[in-house]
Design a protein around this ligand. Structure first.
Ligand code: FES
Ligand code: FE
Length: 434
């Protein structure tokens, strides 16, 4: 997994081309494992949420035995969507066209006027259950599914990414839960524009988000100058390619804080983090400024903090998941999930929620800044001349690999301001599209 993607070139037409979009749906979204829901969204039998895998609508539900099921949301008779709500609780789904009724296991249970329509023997209901992905599995409450029966197991698909998922999602004694229904937004941009950014673009932060820097939401120029003196570099951090296009970026506090300091979390939680993380994982979490990563193709997570949330001097951290559904070459449906630890202090939970909403929430100031770029990239790529130009992805090629003794799995480089992870994202995309 050495930086095999170093020679990746990306023509800009991939942001805006209808044929590329159609091919992606088949080559990527029909084969890769994709995140569909968090188990905390469907805690009780009968609970369901509707999501997408690529362009296909699916129902993610917990059946009466407690098993999580993913059901293609289209009636086997003549194709009407069975469920039009975002979420709810039911043991059966009844089609609004002719009334075929399915249990939440996917089995077809009832066919209206069966004898009249299909004769004495009826119709073979056992062959007409709802279509379901070939594999469904979960890790840290994150439910994934794939249509591909040949796909590796979820654990193998994620590979070294599991280690980083553990640092984010696996450090809490009582796990995490999704707070409120995820917000859905539509953006006139190609899904890959945000995808490559969240796979690890540390380069844009101080330009795109300059206003946030000036407001003191990031490290101040003074902090950075001081760090430059101490470390000889303005940024510290590491970027990782975990294989299969999964990536991680971990940016350190500009000033070295004595580890383990889980800045942004209440002190009462630090013991459980120490217990639940390995030594190398503790190192990845301590001194953390922002950590974010992506599970290829379309799920990203982010662990960030904000200072001065409610009043000067307070601070709180939050964990967010975003999902991107490709609704066309230039249209993406985004889902935004805030996750919070169960049983945490109520005041801190409130601060964490506010911090999220004001920064990395769907209308947070960082996201508004970023979206402007994603829409612009997509619009510009529709030009006939611009479409043939490649993008430049050479940032960070000189960054040294992190020594193996650090114990971080995957292909890890020292250096935060890089395009390493973006090359990895496009490299995997090209492998699957070829
Ligand atoms: Fe669903 Fe006819 S399309 S019952
Ligand atoms: Fe950004």
């Amino acid at each position: 997994m050495a930086d095999a993607s170093r020679d990746v070139t990306v023509p800009r037409r991939v942001w805006a081309d209808e044929d590329v979009h159609r091919r992606e749906l088949v080559r990527i979204f029909k084969t890769c494992w994709q995140f569909v829901a968090h188990e905390s969204e469907i805690p009780e039998p009968g609970d369901y949420v509707t999501r997408r895998i690529g362009r296909d609508s699916v129902i993610v539900t917990r059946d009466e035995t407690g098993q999580v099921r993913v059901l293609l949301n289209t009636c086997r008779h003549r194709g009407v969507p069975l469920c039009r709500a975002d979420r709810g609780n039911t043991s059966h789904f009844r089609c609004s066209y002719h009334g075929w009724t399915y249990a939440n296991t996917g089995e077809l249970r009832g066919v209206t006027f069966q004898r009249d329509v299909y004769g004495k023997g009826g119709i073979d209901k056992s062959q007409l259950g709802l279509f379901q992905p070939a594999q469904v599995d979960s890790i840290y409450g994150l439910v994934f599914a794939t249509w591909d029966p040949e796909a590796p197991s979820l654990a193998d698909y994620l590979g070294p990414m599991r280690w980083y998922l553990h640092t984010v999602f696996g450090k809490f004694d009582h796990g995490l839960e999704v707070v409120g229904p995820p917000v859905r937004t539509m953006v006139r941009a190609n899904w890959k524009a945000e995808g490559e950014n969240l796979s690890g673009d540390g380069y844009h932060t101080f330009v795109t988000h300059q206003s946030a820097v000036e407001l003191g939401l990031f490290a101040t120029q003074h902090d950075l100058a001081e760090m430059a003196e101490v470390t000889g570099t303005r940024f510290t951090g590491r970027t990782v390619h975990c294989g299969n296009g999964h990536t991680m970026r971990i940016q350190r506090m500009p000033l070295q804080v004595k580890a383990p300091a889980y800045f942004g979390y209440p002190k009462e939680m630090w013991d459980e983090f120490d217990r639940n993380l390995s030594e190398a994982q503790r190192e990845a979490q301590s001194c953390l400024s922002v950590g974010h990563g992506s599970v290829f193709p379309n799920m990203s997570f982010l662990e960030n903090f904000k200072t001065n949330v409610d009043k000067k001097g307070d601070h709180a951290r939050y964990i967010r998941i975003t999902l991107r559904y490709p609704m066309g070459p230039a249209m993406t449906e985004q889902l935004w999930f805030l996750l919070q630890p169960r049983h945490a202090d109520a005041d801190w939970l409130r601060l964490s929620r506010l911090a999220y909403l004001r920064t990395n929430g769907p209308a947070g100031m960082f996201e508004v800044d970023d979206t402007e770029n994603f829409v612009g990239i997509t619009e510009a790529a529709a030009g006939t001349v611009a479409a043939d130009l490649p993008v430049v992805l050479e940032g960070g090629l000189h960054h040294p690999p992190t020594p193996e003794e650090a114990g971080w799995p995957g292909d890890v480089a020292d250096g935060d301001r890089t395009e390493k992870t973006i090359r990895a994202f496009h490299g995997r995309w090209q492998e699957l599209m070829a």
